[in-house]
Write a protein that binds this ligand. Structure first.
Ligand SMILES: Cc1ncc(COP(=O)(O)O)c(C=O)c1O
Length: 385
C-alpha cells in the first residue's frame, strides 16, 4: 500500500488497463483489453486538426470551449435527439468525458451525500465519487441480459442520495438501457428529487435497440447532466474532447470545478471535433455499420473458441463467461491469457463491488482492425480447454 496516498483513494491502485497493456507489450500479445481503435478516424477530421494548428489555434481556448464546437454540439443534439441546448449557457467543453465525469461529481456531491450507480461500472466513477467524498451505492446489472431490479434501485436511494450516475450504452457490458428502464430511473429521480448524470459517450454505437438520451424523457431536461465525447464517435480517443450539456445552473456548477482541474484543453482538436459533429448522417450510420461488423466478427470468433458470449447491444466491447472453459476466476484467467495464447483481455470483476457477480466475466474490445480480431480469435481457439 502506498503510504503517501490519501486514505479515500487507497482502493484505487494502478488501473487494470495499465497492467494489462503493460502485459501486452511485455509478451507481444494482441491487446483486446483497452478500448481504443487501432486506426485513425475520418481524414477530414484529422485534417481539420492539422489546419487548426497551422492556423495558429494553439493557445488557451475559451474556458467553456470554442464557439464553433459549442454550436456543433448544439446542432448535433438537435439533429439526433431534438434536444435544444443554448450554446453559450448550457454547453461546456471538457478534457474528454473523463474530466466531465470528475467535474460533475466534484461539483454536485460531497461528504455525506450518496451516489447511486449501476455495476459493473466504468472505473473512473468509483474513483471520482471517492474524490468527491461522497459514498457510492451500487445496483447490479445481472447477466445475461444485464437487467436490474427496480426494487433494488429504489432501495439503494436514501435521503442522502444526491444523484444517479448512469451510463448508456454501457461499458463494460454493452447494454443499451431501454426506454422502459430509463423511465423507471427518471420517475424515481423525480419522485426523490435527484439529479441524473448520464455518460453517453457510446451514443453512436448502438447495434440493437435505440439510444434514448435521459434528457429527452419527460421532466428530465432540467435535472440531467448529459456527458458526451468525440473520442469514440470519431476514433480519436487521444484527443480528449468531451462535453457537458445541462441547464445553465448545472453547467455553471460543473464549470466551477472544471476550471480548476484543467481550465482548458485540446485547443486545435476542438476545431476538428466541431467538423466531425457536423458530418452528414452517412458518416454516423457508416461508422455504426463498420463497428457492428467488428462486433459480429469478434462474437462469432469467441463463440467458436468455446466461450459463452454475452452479445453486446452497443459499445466497443463483448463479454464472455469463462465458466464454459471450466474456469471461474477472470482475473487469473486474464493474467495468464497472454502467456497461454498471446491475447490480452480485461477481467470484468474490476468493474464490480460484488466480486462474485463479476468473477467469471471477461471483456474483449472489438474496435480493432478485422485482421487483428481474426488473428486474436484464431489464437483463442487454440486455448487448451
Ligand atoms: C463509459 C465511458 N465513459 C467515459 C470514457 C472516457 O471518455 P474520454 O476518452 O472522452 O475521456 C470512456 C472511455 O473508455 C468510457 O468507456
Amino acid at each position: 500500500m502506498n503510504p503517501y496516498l490519501v486514505e479515500r483513494l487507497r482502493p484505487f491502485g494502478t488501473t487494470i488497463f495499465a497492467e494489462m497493456s503493460a502485459l501486452a507489450v511485455e509478451t507481444g500479445a494482441i491487446n483486446l483489453g483497452q478500448g481504443f481503435p487501432d486506426t485513425d478516424g475520418p481524414e477530414v477530421v484529422k485534417q481539420a486538426a492539422i489546419d487548426a494548428i497551422d492556423a495558429g489555434h494553439n493557445q488557451y481556448p475559451p474556458g467553456i470551449g470554442i464557439p464553433e464546437l459549442r454550436r456543433a454540439i448544439r446542432a448535433h443534439q438537435q439533429r439526433f435527439y431534438g434536444l435544444d441546448f443554448d450554446a453559450d449557457t448550457e454547453i461546456l467543453v471538457t478534457a474528454g468525458a473523463t474530466e466531465a465525469i470528475a467535474a460533475a461529481l466534484l461539483a454536485l456531491c460531497g461528504p455525506g451525500d450518496e451516489v447511486v450507480t449501476f455495476e459493473p461500472y466504468y472505473d473512473s466513477y468509483a474513483a471520482c465519487i471517492a474524490m468527491s467524498g461522497a459514498t457510492r451505492r451500487v445496483v447490479t446489472l445481472r447477466a445475461p441480459d444485464y437487467s436490474f431490479d427496480p426494487d433494488e434501485l429504489r432501495a439503494a436511494v436514501t435521503p442522502q442520495t444526491k444523484l444517479i450516475l448512469l451510463n448508456t450504452p454501457h461499458n463494460p457490458t454493452g447494454k443499451v438501457f431501454s426506454r422502459a428502464e430509463l423511465t423507471t430511473i427518471a420517475e424515481l429521480a423525480q419522485e426523490r428529487d435527484l439529479l441524473v448524470v448520464t455518460d453517453e459517450v457510446y451514443e453512436h454505437l448502438v447495434y440493437e435497440g435505440e439510444h434514448v438520451p435521459m434528457a429527452t424523457l419527460p421532466g428530465m431536461r432540467e435535472r440531467t447532466v448529459t456527458i458526451g465525447s468525440g473520442g469514440k464517435t470519431f476514433s480519436f480517443t487521444g484527443w480528449k474532447v468531451g462535453w457537458v450539456c445541462a441547464s445553465p445552473a448545472l453547467v455553471t456548477a460543473v464549470k466551477t470545478t472544471k476550471q480548476f482541474l484543467t481550465y482548458v484543453s485540446s485547443g486545435p482538436f476542438q476545431y476538428a471535433i466541431a467538423v466531425g459533429l457536423e458530418l452528414p448522417d452517412a458518416y454516423f450510420t457508416g461508422f455504426r455499420a463498420e463497428m457492428l461488423d467488428k462486433r459480429d466478427r469478434l462474437c462469432a470468433g469467441l463463440a467458436d473458441a468455446g466461450f459463452d458470449v454475452l452479445r453486446p447491444q452497443g459499445t466497443y466491447f463483448a463479454t464472455v463467461d469463462i465458466r464454459s472453459f471450466g474456469e471461474t476466476n477472470g482475473l487469473a484467467f486474464c493474467r495468464s491469457l497472454p502467456h497461454r495464447c498471446g491475447v490480452v483481455a480485461v477481467p470484468s470483476v474490476v468493474f464490480y463491488d460484488d466480486v462474485a457477480a463479476g468473477a467469471p466475466l471477461v471483456r474483449f474490445a472489438c474496435c480493432k482492425r478485422t485482421e487483428v480480431l481474426d488473428e486474436a480469435c484464431t489464437r483463442l481457439k487454440g486455448l487448451a480447454k
